[in-house]
Design a protein around this ligand. Structure first.
Ligand code: PLP
Length: 420
């Protein structure tokens, strides 16, 4: 069967996402290993998007496979409240790594959007309030309730029937705090809370480190300032680590960098490294305890799916055993140094900036990153981009020599893109 026959069959009866059906960018992926995947009519390419920023341990990790197969053999399907070793183990691992305290508790769902929806339900049940504040330039998922509270452009086709949303403005570049004066991000939040009334706000929801909306570094006073504001008004702080979690930023979770404890944390993507759908909300112990006697009005058919839980256990074990969190930090530094040299290189005038943490990085390309992505693809690298930003988010198993090879490829691609 030729590729086009396969594409024709699939296009006939399955939708592609986020695009007009005839213009969807499609790839016939036939194999994958480590930090690369294989495309039918092309060969092996670097996976700089880790598929959907989720294959953190890398492709075809034998340990994740083994855990999943063990669970398929033991019990592949069961009801949400069934008691299983794999569920108990995953709960322990999430609390161990999550940084919300030893008595934290997780609620599990299938995708990231569902995790955020459930975090909002927790915040509303816990505070009796309804409003949720987000950053204007943040993405929290594609289901209706999360689209409504977020400011991301993907809300636009549905916006007419939705509330405006309560947003913190995050001017870029964020002005550094001067003396006692709070940074712009924080000032914008103070003004919003004063206008709305702190006693009406259930939660402030923030990405641990912003993803494709800019990979913007928050000013140093931001997270501690949000924490004090939450404490002053009884508002819950929800940290969305769906993109930034499970080692992506060179820490288990980005919030470890900000010096501000959070109340709830959403997880997805790298939780299973994409080997099976699973997401979750980790809830601080004293909040979770409320539901010891009160009803938790949350549940899903595929809650804590056993094979997904096994994928998560396998992935978390592989991240720890292979030292992938430290590797993400170290290889991230290789990219940072090479990118800094590109910014300074007079032969590459279009490269005007770079930023990021660990293996969650962006290169800023004046005039748009599209031509760079096109040239990178021609040379064997799948490079995601949006506007002026190209994103470098490979699997966390990428090695330093591979990072150098990718950077050499990008320099060639930049030179070629200049002449387009
Ligand atoms: N939150 C963040 C920070 C994300 O990056 C995403 C997805 O990109 C989501 C939530 C939604 O996750 P999902 O696409 O699995 O529903």
């Amino acid at each position: 069967m030729t590729e086009s026959e396969l594409l024709r069959r699939q296009r006939a009866h399955l939708f592609f996402t986020w695009s007009a059906q005839t213009r969807a960018r499609t790839l016939e992926i036939t194999d994958a290993k480590g930090a690369r995947f294989h495309v039918a009519d092309k060969g092996w390419v670097w996976d700089l998007e880790s598929q959907v920023y989720n294959v953190n341990v890398g492709h075809k990790h034998p340990h994740v496979r083994q855990r999943m197969v063990e669970q398929l053999d033991a019990l592949p399907a069961c009801a949400p409240n069934a008691v299983l070793p794999v569920r108990a183990r995953l709960g322990e691992l999430l609390v161990e790594r999550g940084g919300l305290g030893a008595d934290a508790k997780a609620f599990l769902a299938t995708g990231g959007s569902e995790a955020v929806e459930n975090a909002i339900k927790f915040a509303r049940l816990l505070t009796g309030r309804t409003k949720v504040v987000t950053r204007r330039s943040s993405y929290h998922g594609a289901t209706l309730a999360v689209l409504e509270i977020a400011g991301d452009a993907r809300k636009q086709p549905f916006a007419a029937t939705m509330a405006e949303g309560l947003h913190i403005e995050d001017p870029y570049p964020a002005r550094a705090p001067a003396g006692e004066r709070p940074s712009d991000w924080l000032e914008s939040l103070y003004a919003l809370v004063e206008r709305e009334g702190g006693e009406t706000i259930a939660a402030i929801l923030l990405e641990g480190f912003t993803g494709t909306n800019g990979m913007q570094h928050p000013p140093a006073d931001f997270w501690p300032g949000v924490r004090s504001l939450c404490d002053a008004h009884g508002i819950l702080l929800i940290d969305d680590e769906i993109f930034s979690g499970f080692g992506r930023t060179g820490r288990w979770f980005a919030h470890e960098r900000w010096g501000a404890p959070v109340d709830l944390m959403t997880m997805g993507k790298g939780l299973t490294s994409g080997y099976a759908p699973l997401s979750g909300v980790l809830v601080r112990g004293e909040l979770a305890a409320r539901f010891d006697e009160e009803v938790l009005w949350c549940g899903l058919t595929h809650y804590a799916h056993p094979v997904s839980c096994a994928a998560a256990v396998g992935s978390i074990e592989a991240l720890a055993e292979d030292g992938l969190i430290a590797n993400a930090q170290a290889v991230g530094e290789v990219f940072a140094a090479r990118f800094a040299a590109m910014v300074e290189d007079p032969k590459l005038p279009a490269v005007v900036g770079q930023r990021g943490l660990g293996l969650m990085r962006a290169l800023e390309i004046e005039g748009g990153a599209g031509p760079l992505a096109e040239q990178a693809w021609a040379r064997g690298a799948f490079l995601p981009w949006k506007g002026d930003l190209a994103f470098l988010c490979p699997p966390l198993c990428m090695q330093s020599d591979e990072a150098h090879a990718v950077c050499d490829l990008l320099v060639d691609a930049l030179v070629a893109a200049k002449s387009i």
